[in-house]
Design a protein around this ligand. Sequence first.
Ligand SMILES: Cc1cc2nc3c(=O)[nH]c(=O)nc-3n(C[C@H](O)[C@H](O)[C@H](O)COP(=O)(O)OP(=O)(O)OC[C@H]3O[C@@H](n4cnc5c(N)ncnc54)[C@H](O)[C@@H]3O)c2cc1C
Length: 558
Amino acid sequence: MLTSNIEHQTSNLKRQYDVVILGAGHNGLVAATYLGRAGLSVLLLEKNDYIGGATTSQKVFPDYEARLSRYSYLVSLFPEKIIRDLGLDLKLRRRATGSFTPYVKNGRHDGLLLSNVSEEQSRRSIVDLTGNDTEHEQMKKFYNLSRVFAEHCWDSMLEPLVAKEEFKRRFELDDISREAWRSLAEEPLGSAIERYLQNDLVRGLVLTDAKIGIFTHPHDPSLVQNRCFLYHLIGNKTGEWKVPVGGMGAVARELEQAARKSGAEILTNVDLADVDLSGKKRGLNFKLDGKKQTVDAQFLLVNFGRNVLAKYVNRPYQPDATDEGSVFKINMLLRRLPKLKATRYAAAEAFCGTFHSDEGYEQMNASYGEASKGQLPDRTPCEVYCHTLTDDSILAPDLREKGFHTMTLFGLDTPWSLFSRDNKSMRKLAEQKFLASMNQWLEEPLEACLAVAKNGDLCVESKSPVDIEDALGMYHGNIFQDAPTWPFAAAKEQAGTWGVETEFENVFLCGSSAQRGGAVSGIPGHNAAMKVMEEIRKMSTGPSRTAKLPTPNVEARS
Ligand SMILES: Cc1cc2nc3c(=O)[nH]c(=O)nc-3n(C[C@H](O)[C@H](O)[C@H](O)COP(=O)(O)OP(=O)(O)OC[C@H]3O[C@@H](n4cnc5c(N)ncnc54)[C@H](O)[C@@H]3O)c2cc1C
């Protein structure tokens, strides 16, 4: 990490910046790099002692040299264009297995394996589960809808928002496009899942992408499940989720370097006291190592969520019910991979993709119902993946040699409200339940395979939505800061905007809270930077040339 000491941090601090960015998550870093390169003075203020927000990798278990992606772990939505524009050296690696779902059939343990490299292997696996080819054919037709959707929508993510009606017209080309629009943007996703697919396990597999991180069900009238599903399927038009080589922290590090190279200054351990939006400039007061500091900004970019911003500007935050976070993350370090009860698959084959447990369609309807009543579900749906099977560079050589692996569990139907009263006890209970969910498929319990710290503790770390909010400020632990949004202007007045605007002059969102914000994408960072440059261009050509700002020239470079 390039974080420097406090003295060094403040030695160059100016009284005034063209742009101040609140938070140094990956989106803040993307915005900083575009704007720094355009010749603007940029300062980022970060509360944590590390940079990257939810994209951080950390040595979670101090006795072992293993850098785990502590929060986010896979990349799909980071546009090639941003990588090219910023000259980033990001290595993303394909996982040989897309997903593995264990099941018991006629008393025998087996698994549905969907390969990323062999369609024939996936087809055979679906036939083994269902007895014929129909479900495989139907699944292909279903996923073709999201592929078509992605074709119509992906390139617009880095452009101003298009009005819903105009966006819809793009789908009026042919029957499949019309069906894609209807199934994914108009009716609750559950209808299409039930229309196309019959097998409960296959339906469940599809539904997980609509539930990751949020609290919803297939027929949710808010359609938040559709928006979440689209986010998981449109990335770079393929929707494939890849492993960042070096862990997610490598993405953050690369962006940090790019931001610093562009001239941006980054302060960590910042205790932001207040944000004054009353005057012409935006004033920021904060403490660094107990010392008060004040800076003014021509433009203020907000990388943290609207909930945190509301606190600083003394406005009530009015969340929607769909903003509730619902994820339980477990980080583990293993001495060895556990063997599977489904003996025809090697553990390495199953765990290198997304391993689904208790994620049948009806099972998730039940777990959603239980969690809605304030109970931890009887059977907790979760998915697990092992980073080191695709990229072992996050482990020290001696750990690699000994056969160590990192493992990440992502739990569903665990809304913030379940943890808000007694986080510590509920976290322990949830951890036990999720591990038990996994253990039903294993020859030996996961606990027996975990590395052990010098003090005898097992190398397992759990994060509830309450912990995630505490660490990063994400509203109620929502991994996207708040509910995922549509890729088009949901309200007429939004058409033509960048989806980053706020009610305050020259204050823009540059994080996941922006429209088209969620996930590791850099998209809102890019869009906020474009908005700033648009404003500067207007100022330099308008009647009152008040701002002494350089004319941005990023577009020429990109
Ligand atoms: C457990 C988990 C798993 C995930 N898995 C994936 C995944 O595999 N793939 C994927 O694409 N997405 C995933 N996501 C979502 C993705 O990580 C986030 O949407 C994205 O990283 C958010 O980036 P950001 O820059 O918008 O905001 P953030 O990363 O939230 O950055 C905001 C920054 O603001 C800082 N901040 C907050 N409050 C203050 C304050 N008062 N003063 C100063 N600074 C402050 C925070 O510390 C943080 O650094 C996951 C998220 C979580 C939590």
